[in-house]
Design a protein around this ligand. Sequence first.
Ligand code: SAM
Length: 405
Amino acid sequence: MSLCRICGGTVTEFVEFGRQPISDAFLVPGRTDGEYFYHLAAGLCQSCTMVQLLAEVPREMMFHEDYPYRTSESASMAKHFELVAKRFLETELAGPDPFVVEIGSNDGVMLKTISDAGVRHLGVDPSAGAARAAERAGVRARVDFFEKTSAAAIRQADGPAKVIFSANTFSHIPYIGSVLEGVGELLADDGVFVFEERYLADIVASKAFDQIYDEHYYLFCVRSVRNLVERYGFELVDVEHLAVHGGAARYTVARPGARRPNAAVAEFLDREASLGLADLATFTQFAANAKVIRDDLMTLLRDLRAKGKTIVGYGATAKSATAINYCGITTELVPYVCDSTPDKQGKLMPGSHIPVRPPAAFSAPYPDYALLFAWNHAEEVMAKEKEFQESGGKWILYVPDVHVV
Ligand code: SAM
């Protein structure tokens, strides 16, 4: 039994994936000694309904100078964030001299549009390599963890923020209470805190077990987010469903009474009740589904290799760490994974030590099958790699079920 990081309630474990490496800790060949492992398991808080991990990886081990993830590697995500920025510029940031802060600004894709419009901004991200890339794009960045103390320092230096934005970061932060206290310090009285995160309802529906890994400390739904923000003196005033990353939600939070809540909040809450997102049985089934996917995928990969077929991994994603290490995929089945991120190329995948090779390796020659770890970008990837299918290649996907296209 564990205690909830948010409310202190009882967290009941519903799935465990065993010994796992840090999902974005790619290794230099020949220097694999001392690799860090932790026990990956997730549970449901019986009180506030937040789904959360049971073990925490120290934050400096995940987010540092060499953290390799770059938002701009995905053209569709870059476009998505450009539209987010434009919408802010037309709405929340339309007044005189607004200030916007992004938590987890990474290589600055969202803030670049804000910066180009001449609006005061600050990106906060502890990963110095990513922050430098943001600065090269003309974005003002602070290499730091956003929490209560850093937020107070930003308020002191720059004044209140009209908008605090965060994408795919807020749920990565176990000390989420300190982040909300920081938002309380920094947010203007009429400001909004807007964050986008993978949506638990989509994770459950698509059986996306690989969305559970070290960085995804919490898996949000509207109910658990509402409980969370109310505990820290905020109100959830809007929710929108997003198609990105296999299904996400954008939450808008304000100080109580500052904004009129949109009807969408109540609608989402009703729908979540009917989906059983606060019921342990839903998650017990989710864990059973993960086992079926693991067994089906391993059977398929072994059968294909027995027939002499070649299989290559596509996308050295963080979530592939869970898929590869939970399923037990080895270099005998998948000799390498192709990825477009320069910082991952030439390195070894965490845990499995499968080599990562640049995209050029994918077509030289094409494999018979490609196992798509970046399934959340399936449309973008398949369009980019049209020639692979035209030359007879087939994609293997494993959510919501193992299938070949
Ligand atoms: N927002 C980008 C996106 O959606 O593509 C980046 C998401 S990336 C998965 C998470 C980012 O959050 C990383 O760049 C990481 O360094 C940053 N991060 C982690 N903890 C943070 C914290 N406490 N404050 C600010 N950024 C943090």
